[in-house]
Write a protein that binds this ligand. Sequence first.
Ligand code: 3JN
Length: 344
Amino acid sequence: MKKFNTAIVGATGAVGQEFLKLIEERNFPFGELKMLASSRSAGKKINFMGKEYTVEETTEKSFDGVKFALFAGGAASKLFAPAAVKAGAVVIDNSSNFRMDPEVPLVVPEVNPQAIARHKGIIANPNCSTIIMVMALKPLYNLSKIKRVVVSTYQAVSGAGREGMDELKTQLEALARGEEVVAKVLPVAKLNKHYQIASNLIPQIDVFKENLYTKEEMKMVDETKKIMEDDALKVTATTVRVPVYRSHAESVNVEFENDVSVEEARAALEKFPGVILCDNPDEMLYPQPLETSGKDDVEVGRIRKDFSIEHGLNLWVCGDQIRKGAALNALQIAEYMIANGLVQ
Ligand code: 3JN
């Protein structure tokens, strides 16, 4: 099988490390593999599939001969994606830097693979909460056009990176010992006010915008319309940080144009690749973040009629935001391109 030289930009972070796990697990056909990061991590060693790699500082020259440049997130793609494209690489970018650029496809391969072929060098991976939600919306949209979505998220601390996870752990330990709890990271590390997450919920993810929504909330609104290719789709979101280590959960209220029964919704979700239907109230079966952590599939359950509107359903969705919400989705884009001859 043909092999593709691959660079991981941000190889030492949580998403970068997940890329490596998935490349091995899925037998991704990489040729040469470059581990790139900022100057801070350059020189670190990474053992991967029996070989030791040295992390190199990302520069504009890092992409010679690279076919897939997988950017884990942050500002790196703003700085280096254009150079990577110039060098002939396909950039798959997990940050928000290019997501709403009309020239850049925003892709969840199970949902809108047709957008991939329109790429001009960069393909954007959506925000994790958006990916997890549209995985549940798409099979339902295929049954009836969706008019409006009201979503509330329950987002794990790992969405805020390693620091978010460390913060929850340190605080839980302090609480258990009866010591003072220190908050340094959440809701937004760079701001100078922080709140305890252990034994708490924080209804702020990222900074506020002028319209009183947070950036995370507006990402869900804007990105969902772009992925579903429906500007008329109304979406409103409330995003909340919860004291869970990994896997985001979302309560999703969907208003359809036509009637969709619970049975039809279940059947459509069950058939959809990447989705597991986990919905059996008699057996107390419903998706939970502990269950979806470390897994590839998004789980959907608690499906029931919203009897307060004419054509509505309520759902509960859980998915691992570092896997399907980030690294897995990006790698699936690369796999789709290989399988469909969209990359030479
Ligand atoms: O907080 C979460 O649970 C998800 C965070 C996502 C995130 C954090 C910092 C910057 C993003 C993202 O993927 O939307 C970005 C960004 O790229 O803008």
